[in-house]
Design a protein around this ligand. Structure first.
Ligand code: DQA
Length: 151
């Protein structure tokens, strides 16, 4: 049986995780997030594609790739959450589950972060749980896709 593939897409400035505003985003680096996700993915038998980009068009390209290749998407679109109609439209065209993740609770922050174009297309949203939110997203996908075999 071929492994189900999960795409984990990270938007602009998340390469600075651990250095940028640790009081808001925590001290884990993106590498830490990737490693803990890979471990959990292995328990579930998922293959993981993990990517960070500072470019909106690359996020759109990867969503389009996921459309053909993935069983689910975990996405932290970072600032593009609040601005990108292109990302909204790309996600609208996929029929696999999409889980939106934010390290911070965007609803407790500035007004401009309260609206998400991505949430309109998301199956589930985790915000404010820090790096743990990515693991929650993976657990959710495993449950949602009926692959909940981790003990
Ligand atoms: C973020 C929240 C966004 O508002 C912000 O632009 C980010 C990170 C988060 O993970 O909390 O870059 O997506």
């Amino acid at each position: 049986m071929t492994q189900q593939r999960i795409f984990v897409l990270n938007g602009p400035n998340l390469n600075l995780l651990g250095q940028r505003k640790p009081e808001v985003y925590g001290t884990s680096t993106l590498k830490d997030v990737e490693l803990s996700l890979r471990q959990r993915a292995q328990e579930y038998g998922f293959a993981l594609e993990f990517l960070q980009t500072n470019h909106e068009g690359v996020l759109v390209d990867q969503v389009q790739r996921a459309r053909a290749e993935a069983a689910g998407i975990i996405i932290n679109p970072a600032a593009y959450t609040h601005t990108s109609v292109a990302l909204h439209d790309a996600l609208e065209a996929v029929d696999i589950p999409v889980v939106e993740v934010h390290l911070s609770n965007i609803h407790r922050r500035e007004q401009f972060r309260h609206h998400s174009f991505v949430s309109l297309q998301a199956t589930a949203v985790f915000a404010g749980a820090g790096a743990y939110g990515y693991l929650l997203a993976l657990d959710f996908l495993a449950h949602h896709l009926g692959e909940d075999t981790a003990s």
